[in-house]
Design a protein around this ligand. Structure first.
Ligand code: ADP
Ligand code: MG
Length: 243
């Protein structure tokens, strides 16, 4: 991918649940090699937006461009195929199966379990997220379960990885480890869409931020150039006092 060029952009993306617009005319652009935050309070529409990008929900209106070309993303398989990986807020893993067996479920049936285990182990070491492919999910912590989702995404060599509130289930040490992984992905020229409602981590790790409130974009900025209170104001409205 061309360094700095646009990887993914959305125009006027809207999702209605009945008459309620969870996402209401969202414009967003993600360039190659950037860590881009999607910042907003609970209920702002962040998960709904990324579910449209990953083919889980169908947009009601608007369009998605991938590498500047209109792209329909009808299903997660389409998203994975064009180069989008997703780490959901709520994992869908089978407790009774091993790590490798769970990963196999989202891949082509032709790939052997031994090959998947080997590749998963290699990627988990390379990206600093150690994982035993033979372990049963039931025996793993929530942080380890998240690693399965990340390794699963990395196996498909994505150019964009979306993580939905990943640190909400991590210890501070696990979060630091994840941030190193994200820095490595960025150094490789991949893009990250990082969803969070935590200002301090967005300011620490993200190059850009798009702020959502009530389904609408209220700000687009470099979060490092903003004060925490100006970001908070974009998130919750005008009534935040300077602290
Ligand atoms: P966030 O991820 O920013 O917390 P969501 O995208 O999950 O927000 O939700 C945005 C709004 O849409 C919320 O008011 C939520 O209750 C509503 N919503 C989300 N999913 C559905 C659904 N499947 N049906 C109806 N309303 C929904
Ligand atoms: Mg959410």
């Amino acid at each position: 991918n061309q360094a700095g060029g646009s990887l993914l952009s959305v125009r006027g993306l809207t999702k209605y649940f009945g008459t309620f617009a969870a996402c209401d005319g969202i414009d967003l652009n993600i360039d190659n090699g950037e860590i881009h935050a999607l910042l907003g309070e609970n209920g702002a529409g962040k998960s709904t937006l990324v579910k449209m990008l990953f083919g889980v929900l169908e947009p009601s209106e608007g369009e998605i461009l991938w590498e500047d070309k209109p792209q329909r993303i009808e299903a997660p398989a389409v998203a994975r195929k064009i180069g989008i990986g997703m780490v959901f807020q709520h994992f869908s893993l089978f407790e009774a199966l091993t790590v490798a067996e769970n990963i196999a479920l989202s891949l082509d049936p032709g790939i052997s379990l031994a090959k998947i285990a080997e590749e998963s182990r290699r990627l988990s070491v390379e990206y600093g997220l150690p994982l035993d492919p033979r372990a049963h999910v039931a025996d793993l912590s929530v942080g380890e379960r998240q690693r399965i989702e990340i390794v699963r995404a990395l196996l498909q060599n994505p150019s964009l990885i979306i993580l939905d509130e990943p640190t909400s289930v991590l210890t501070p040490q696990e979060a630091d480890r994840l941030f190193e992984t994200l820095a490595k992905l960025k150094a490789e020229g991949r893009s990250v869409l990082y969803i969070s409602h935590r200002l301090e981590e967005v300011q620490r790790i993200c190059d850009k931020a798009t702020v959502l409130r009530h389904g609408k974009v209220t700000g687009d900025c470099n979060p490092r150039n903003e004060t925490a209170s100006s970001l908070a104001r974009m998130m919750v409205g005008g009534e935040v006092s300077e602290i």
